[in-house]
Design a protein around this ligand. Structure first.
Ligand code: RIB
Length: 333
């Protein structure tokens, strides 16, 4: 049973800054390194590291960046047979500036990600039980068309869909996002993304922008909206119920990829039959581990690490969810 993920694969050039610069500034870096990134590759890697089968649809360039972008996914055992290599467009690259607080700021070149073409449906959907859309995949060009085609085919096959939105998508296509909402069984967003999306939603009851976005998405037909709240944990919203899922303590070093770690762990648990709250707990545990070390995909935890963290905090979840012999459950959505 396979999780199909469509989204970006990037070579991340991560720089830790002594302080965040002003325009025209000159600021020293204290660390610099290349690593695997891109929200599509990160989520596929997160799932594979937990023991799930994951398949990635993306494109890279014919350049040294490609090996960096795909290294972690390859090592984790993600099925990369549907990754295209474009002959002339460079691999997506993200310059990540990490502030002393650990907060990341992205400067992204989308490159080959935007030109991925549509794979053969029969082959790419083989054994697929879930399609996850990493938000950048709905931004532009051929990748946008490919993603819409994959979503349509998933729906035709009764394969549930999820999406993790991103700021560029909210800014460029908010109305379309609301129109597509009923297609998703679960929608993820962080505080900034939901906050900006809330600006496009009716807010006549004094709700915060984040809550306005959640209410509008639920109203538009998404059954489950999950807000990733960073140090505050997560909120799981279904109907009129809002459940706050508490965070795990973390020594924050680099927040890059924490949201993708959350999404991978959430989907892994949820598709194994966990409640949304339980899946959020596993997502928070993964996020806490990711932020405590540098890099995106390379910092995603495996099953044992997650299990240790959960048991240290007295959580019962790990025994049933993280057991080797517990197959992915075909949750009816
Ligand atoms: O979601 C995290 C990813 O987003 C980073 O790895 C970086 O590539 C950015 O695109």
């Amino acid at each position: 049973m396979v999780f199909l993920v469509v989204g970006d694969a990037n070579a991340d050039l991560s720089s830790t800054l002594a302080r965040f610069p002003d325009e025209g500034d000159d600021v020293p870096m204290t660390e610099l390194g290349y690593g695997s990134g891109g929200s599509g590759a990160n989520v596929a890697t997160a799932l594979a590291k937990l023991g799930a089968r994951a398949r990635l649809v993306t494109a890279v360039g014919s350049d040294p960046g490609a090996a960096i972008a795909l290294r972690a996914a390859r090592e984790a055992g993600v099925d990369l047979s549907f990754v295209e290599t474009h002959p002339t467009v460079a691999t997506g690259t993200c310059v990540v500036a990490i502030s002393p607080s650990g907060e990341r700021t992205f400067l992204s070149f989308r490159g080959a990600n935007a030109v991925v073409s549509c794979p053969d449906f029969e082959a790419v959907f083989q054994d697929v039980v879930h399609l996850h859309v990493a938000g950048h995949a709905l931004l532009e060009g051929e990748q946008w068309l490919t993603t819409l085609a994959l979503m349509k085919e998933a729906t035709r096959r009764d394969v549930p869909l999820s999406i993790d939105i991103c700021l560029p998508l909210v800014r460029a296509r908010a109305e379309e996002l609301f129109a597509l909402a009923p297609r998703f069984a679960v929608l993820f967003g962080n505080q900034s993304e939901l906050g900006e999306l809330g600006g496009f939603a009716p807010n006549d009851h004094g709700a915060t922008p984040c809550e306005a976005a959640i209410a509008a998405l639920l109203g538009a037909g998404v059954p489950l909206v999950v807000g990733k709240l960073g140090a505050e944990g997560a909120v799981v919203a279904e109907g009129s119920t809002r459940t706050l899922v508490p965070p795990f303590p973390a020594d924050v070093r680099d927040t890059t990829g924490a949201g993708d770690g959350f999404v991978g762990a959430f989907l892994y648990a949820w598709r194994r039959g966990a409640t949304a709250e339980g899946a959020g707990r596993l997502g928070n545990a993964a996020g806490a581990l990711v932020v405590s070390r540098p890099g995106a995909a390379a910092s995603l935890p495996g099953r044992e690490e997650l299990s240790c963290l959960l048991s240290r905090h007295g959580s019962e979840l790990h025994s049933s969810l993280l057991a080797n012999d517990n197959p992915t459950i075909g949750r009816a959505t």
